[in-house]
Design a protein. Structure first.
Length: 280
């Protein structure tokens, strides 16, 4: 299976689907509440149609599990399949906010091997298809993700789905040394950890596999890690496709980088420039 070819053939479709999502929002979305009491719009359904049709064209023999359809959700024997969330962060989407994402993750042998995430309102497109093969496409320029975006920072910064940190998450924050966090919606959290803009993300069991599969692939392919609270790997195709607890770490944090290292790195930079000024 040529993962690079599969992903590259999907990128334009994801960008197109993002443009459609924005245009439909400008026109005025048709919204309703699903049986699970979460919102859905005609934008969610149209993006789902665009994405799943193209995936089926490229990989006709691989089943698709999407948040917005019932197809394959009763199949407990799935090992190779796609997980699609056409609009993750529907609340942001229907309320003219900018953190909603379009997602697809390819699962092989219950593990993520490729992922695509488009953030249309921020003009950021992320994708990956193997170790050290994670990228961001912005304004037509492709950049490889190395997880070291904020290597000179002097604190450990996490993203969180809420401003209120639960006690079990606070304990993990203290263990890791987290001293700052910011609220962020959708799978964008995975992307900014993959780039190194933020150092990690922690969540108790919540949401579903289609919310995290694409981001999981992108993060690990950028050198980051993801486990549950007990340090177990995350596998896919579980009953009801429910997520376990999650701990995401950027490449920098996964490699043992600490605040002390950050401060030393920062000080070395200061001493360097002082030396340059003195020489001049």
């Amino acid at each position: 299976m040529n993962l690079k070819s599969i992903v590259n053939r999907l990128i334009d479709t994801f960008i197109f689907a993002g443009e459609i999502s924005i245009n439909l929002r400008k026109q005025g979305l048709i919204k309703k509440i699903k049986s699970d009491n979460t919102p859905v719009s005609n934008g969610d359904l149209e993006v789902n149609k665009i994405i799943t049709q193209k995936i089926s064209e490229i990989t006709p023999n691989i089943p698709i599990v999407s948040e917005e359809t019932m197809d394959n959700k009763e199949n407990t024997e799935l090992k190779d399949f796609w997980l699609v969330d056409p609009i993750d962060g529907t609340y942001d989407y229907i309320n003219d906010l900018d953190e909603f994402t379009i997602n697809a993750g390819l699962i092989i042998d219950r593990k993520p091997v490729a992922g695509l995430i488009n953030v249309p309102a921020k003009n950021r497109m992320f994708y990956s298809y193997g170790d050290n093969l994670a990228f961001e496409l912005k304004n037509g320029k492709e950049t490889k993700l190395n997880g070291l975006h904020s290597i000179n920072q002097t604190s450990i910064k996490f993203v969180s789905y809420s401003n209120k940190i639960k006690p079990e998450i606070e304990k993990i924050y203290k263990k890791i040394g987290v001293n700052d966090h910011i609220r962020m919606k959708s799978s964008l959290k995975f992307c900014v950890v993959a780039t190194g803009e933020y150092d990690g993300y922690v969540a108790e069991p919540r949401a579903c596999e289609w919310d995290i599969a694409a981001g999981h692939a992108i993060l690990i392919h950028a050198g980051g890690t993801i486990t549950d609270f007990d340090n177990n790997p995350i596998i896919y195709g579980k009953k009801n496709f429910k997520n376990p607890s999650l701990i995401l770490k950027s490449k920098k944090l996964s490699n043992g980088w600490t605040i002390k290292d950050n401060i030393n790195y920062y000080c070395i930079g200061i001493y360097f420039w002082i030396g340059v000024i003195c020489i001049c």
